[in-house]
Design a protein around this ligand. Structure first.
Ligand code: F6P
Length: 322
């Protein structure tokens, strides 16, 4: 393989730049040319790409976001969109791709690979950590630390006013950010899509805390919680216990930006390097991940199927330690 392409797609995640840097420098090390494709599949369809040099990726390791930008492309979901993307790759002489993104990115990559035989290796890049085949995805560690710091700040004001706060964190279909940031900030309860929420049980926990003279309570709610977001849950609680002084904070995209943590930079560097090596070794239709300290390859289909499970131990930690 003489020429490869690299792109970022879906929601951006801190660490994507460190990964792009690793892909470019590893490819150049092995005497391969590397093209950066702008704005994910949208840019691929338009042929928006350029040949990257080592200098193009200087000083980007510490930056959040992605220098290649990102997008969620509706056109690529159609067979004709994918054909247009393939024609652009062929025209540019690109023989293989490194796709950095989440499950939407890998579903698209899998189709492009099957329909046109393009070898593609994925790197898990999403703050949600909801892919099977890697203990951690790029951006998750940074996002969790950002959420934790925000919740710490909220606790200061919550303590000063004896308030109950509902803090909504990101995670469209997954509760990983909620659970980890909730444990790290000593939340009273964490509500996630993977576990059923019972409002009466939640109220019992909150009542127990009030009795034990805690000066504040924090409930972390994952965005994808099935009962509702933080505002809805707060309303349900308010209806049953109107005397609680409560507030709601939605952290939103704050969690997606910012300087990547050391952990994310190192993970991104390793997975980016391994993705290029995998392409050279003839691998395709797989996501490269790290499990414990080992590099593992998981077929795209399996990586995307929400096989990543929440540890019951973590849920017990919230219950016992709060
Ligand atoms: O990238 C994952 C994620 O941050 C989810 O947690 C969230 O639901 C979604 O992206 C938000 O997407 P957008 O930025 O397109 O609104």
């Amino acid at each position: 393989m003489k020429r490869i392409g690299v792109f970022t797609s879906g929601g951006d995640a801190p660490g994507m730049n460190a990964c792009i840097r690793a892909v470019v420098r590893t490819a150049l090390h092995y005497k391969m040319e590397v093209f950066g494709i702008n704005r994910g599949y949208s840019g691929m369809i338009r042929g928006d790409m350029y040949q990257m040099t080592s200098r193009d990726v200087s000083n980007i390791m510490q930056l959040g976001g992605t220098i290649l930008q990102s997008a969620r492309s509706e056109t690529f979901r159609t067979p004709s969109g994918r054909r247009r993307a393939y024609n652009q790759l062929k025209k540019a002489g690109i023989e293989g791709l490194v796709a950095i993104g989440g499950d939407g990115t890998f579903k698209g990559a899998s189709l492009l690979g099957q329909e046109f035989g393009v070898p593609i290796v994925g790197v898990p890049g999403t703050i949600d950590n909801d892919l099977f085949g890697s203990d951690f995805t790029l951006g998750y560690d940074t996002a969790v630390n950002t959420a934790m710091t925000c919740i710490d700040n909220i606790k200061d004001t919550a303590n000063s006013h004896n308030r109950l706060f509902f803090v909504e964190v990101m995670g469209r279909d997954a509760g990983f950010i909620a659970l980890r940031s909730g444990i790290a900030s000593g939340a009273e309860a964490v509500l996630i899509p993977e576990a059923k929420t019972n409002i009466d049980d939640l109220i019992k926990i909150l009542a127990r805390n009030y009795k034990s003279k805690k000066s504040s309570s924090i409930v972390v709610v994952a965005e994808g919680e099935r009962t509702g977001g933080a505002f809805e849950i707060a309303d349900m609680v308010k209806q049953k216990v109107p005397h609680y002084d409560m507030r709601v904070t939605v952290l939103g995209h704050l969690q997606r930006g910012g300087r990547p943590s050391c952990f994310d930079r190192v993970l991104a560097s390793r997975l980016g390097m391994e993705a290029v090596k995998a392409l050279r070794d003839g691998k395709k239709d797989v996501m490269v991940g790290q499990i414990h300290t080992r590099i593992e390859y998981t077929p795209f289909e399996k990586a995307c199927k929400h096989n990543q499970t929440i540890s019951p131990v973590m849920l017990d930690m919230v219950r016992i330690l709060s």
